[in-house]
Write a protein that binds this ligand. Structure first.
Ligand code: SDX
Length: 393
């Protein structure tokens, strides 16, 4: 009745760690942050409130939420010397590479917040990272399109500030679209944490060596950039676009996936843990239909995506392998409708996952039982043998 679950010893022995942050039941399609169902948080909470919940363990009171938001607001600006950092990147640099390099570089500009065992330094690095990542993300985008960087406007909310820095220009006032801001806030909530996924495991592994928060999260950004992980939302759009350019024959594409032609996969489908519908995908699908329904010119890729889902969910190849849409299947369509280019989709995933990475790093660092991550292996190489001198090889 407490909602706690008991694991069989076999599971506990193979688990990477214990954690009190996020609970997933892959078979039942359940996702909870600190015990709260994702469906309730998606409907009633905000990204800043969920960030607080993940990192501090409880929903904030009104006073705590105001104090936390104010603390973030005064740290949105980057060290001025970091502007030169962006001048050094080529214009066509992938923004995820810019993001991981810049997060790592924060450790050089803010050397007073690197000690993982100093409470005040952990707090200030937490706030700095959460406050500055949207600024870094917007600079990466502005650099790629040759537009001037915009300083943060701290009279705006977290998401609104990011949208203005990304899409605003100095010449004209930027008008926030409240529907877009709310949709983006919800997408960030849905991505905020996800137990021990690949990028979070990377953050924990690097942090277990007592590396700083900036160094650990930079490794998480790199892991997330992989197309099998966070890079999937960008890969889904490329896949849908390719189907469209090939004449929109969805059934023909599904046949290629089933025949494993060129090793192609149905991007945005499948999951290491969810062997049922990803609860986040269901929420994102509803939002995609709402956000795209507002567009003057409907996006043909939405129809292709929905056809793809319908065909796959009726095909035993996918159903027998328990392949269902995951969080990445529809998100790219929404980001595209918001005006983001595909190269920025995984950056948006990173903005959402940041509080989860921070919360997991803090939990791991705060657990005195944590040992340095050192997985073992099963050796499959040559048996012992004597050295062969060069003239005898
Ligand atoms: C995320 O872990 C997380 O929590 C991640 C994440 C998060 O919030 O952090 O949820 C975010 O990364 C979501 C996943 C995004 N990636 C993609 O959408 C890329 C496409 N999907 C896959 O590559 C794949 O499904 C994985 C990587 C997600 C999972 O791969 P697995 O663990 O190998 O899948 P599986 O063991 O369940 O595969 C079973 C079978 C295999 O075929 P057989 O050997 O049994 O014949 O299904 C096949 C796989 O080859 N398969 C697919 C497929 N995914 C698995 N076949 C076609 N298309 C796919 N998408």
């Amino acid at each position: 009745d407490t909602g706690f679950v008991t694991y069989d010893p076999g599971f506990v022995n193979t688990a990477a760690c214990t954690s009190a942050i996020t609970y997933i039941d892959g078979d039942a399609g359940i996702l909870r942050y600190r015990g709260y169902p994702i469906e309730q948080l998606a409907e009633k909470s905000s990204f800043i409130e969920v960030s607080y919940l993940l990192m501090y363990g409880e929903l904030p009171t009104a006073a705590q939420l105001t104090e936390f938001s104010d603390r973030l607001r005064v740290h949105t600006l980057l060290h001025e010397d970091m502007r030169r950092f962006f001048e050094g990147f080529p214009r066509d640099a992938h923004p995820m590479s810019v993001l991981s390099a810049s997060v790592s570089a924060l450790g050089t500009f803010y050397q007073d917040s690197l000690d993982p065992f100093d409470h005040d330094q952990v707090e200030i690095s937490t706030v700095r990272l959460l406050a500055k990542l949207p600024t870094i993300a917007s600079y990466a985008y502005k650099k790629s399109i040759g537009q001037p960087l915009l300083y943060p406007d701290n009279s705006l909310g977290y998401v609104e500030n990011y949208l203005r820095m990304t899409f605003g220009v100095p010449a004209t006032a930027y008008e926030i679209d409240p529907v877009m801001a709310k949709a983006l806030d919800l997408l960030l909530v849905l991505h905020a944490d996800h137990e021990q996924n690949c990028s979070t495991s990377a953050v924990r592994l690097v942090g277990s060596a007592h590396a700083s928060l900036f160094a650990s999260v930079s490794s998480g950004v790199n892991a997330l950039s992989g197309p099998l992980h966070g890079g999937a939302n960008e890969a889904v759009l490329e896949m849908l676009e390719k189907i469209r350019l090939d004449g929109g024959d969805v059934a023909a594409f599904v046949r290629k996936v089933k025949a494993r032609e060129d090793g192609i996969k149905l991007m945005g489908f499948g999951h290491r843990v969810y062997k049922n519908y990803d609860p986040r995908a269901a929420i994102v699908k509803g939002m995609a239909q709402e956000v795209l329904g507002r567009m003057a010119k409907p996006d043909p890729l939405l129809d292709i995506a929905m056809q793809l889902e319908e065909i796959a969910l009726a095909d035993d190849f996918f159903v027998s392998r328990k392949l269902y849409p995951n969080v990445d299947f529809y998100t790219g369509l929404i980001y595209k409708a918001m005006g983001f280019p595909p190269k920025m989709f995984t950056v948006l995933f990173a903005l959402g996952r940041l509080p989860g990475w921070i919360a997991q790093w803090r939990e791991m660092i705060g657990d005195s039982a944590t040992k340095i991550g050192r997985p073992r292996q099963v050796y499959t190489g040559a048996p012992v043998r004597d050295f062969i001198p060069l003239d005898q090889r």
